[in-house]
Ligand binder design. Structure first.
Ligand SMILES: Nc1ncnc2c1ncn2[C@@H]1O[C@H](COP(=O)(O)OP(=O)(O)O)[C@@H](O)[C@H]1O
Ligand SMILES: [Mg+2]
Length: 150
């Protein structure tokens, strides 16, 4: 079941991310999509807060990925915007590194089949100052109750 939330402030987006944290388990893949500045990184920062990660998550754009291991669950945060090919993504081995944690990938929809079918997609749509944030579960994610997000 798809769940839709509205965010009208950075704080609300952070809070939504915090709410997702308790739903995450090892091996989870979450794909975030939406234009530059729509709040993907801020949402991941909220997830990190919810997981008890002490440092503040910032955009990993120049590093492609960052691993946060000090929360209740390892968090791998990637931004694949600058990757030129799916092969490059495979070479990074992020999904292997993240097998014991949750992997959140900004712009991950471009990876197509390189990303497992069991995943949560989160789409951000900006209209004026309102963000519509749509959570769409795929595969095994469909069995989870996303109702707690709203
Ligand atoms: N409702 C909102 N949700 C998220 N970010 C917002 C919102 N309103 C304004 N912003 C601003 O938009 C920017 C989002 O940046 P960021 O999370 O880095 O986006 P992305 O990772 O999608 O490029 C931040 O500067 C944030 O303060
Ligand atoms: Mg970002």
């Amino acid at each position: 079941m798809t769940v839709e939330a509205i965010s009208t402030s950075p704080d609300e987006t952070l809070r939504l991310g915090r709410r997702l944290a308790p739903l995450l388990t090892a091996g989870d893949i979450v794909i975030l999509s939406g234009s530059l500045g729509c709040g993907k990184t801020l949402f991941v920062a909220g997830v990190a807060e919810g997981l008890g990660v002490p440092e503040r998550v910032t955009s990993p754009t120049f590093l492609i990925a960052r691993v946060y291991r000090d929360g209740f669950l390892p968090l791998i945060h990637a931004d694949v915007y600058r990757l030129s090919s799916v092969a490059e993504f495979d070479d990074l081995g992020l999904l292997d590194d993240g097998a014991d944690g949750a992997v959140l990938i900004e712009w991950g929809e471009a990876l197509g089949d390189a990303v497992p079918a069991d995943r949560l997609s989160i789409a951000f749509d900006v209209v004026d100052d309102r963000r519509t944030i749509t959570f769409t579960p795929h595969g095994a994610w469909c069995e989870r109750d996303l109702g707690v997000l709203t």
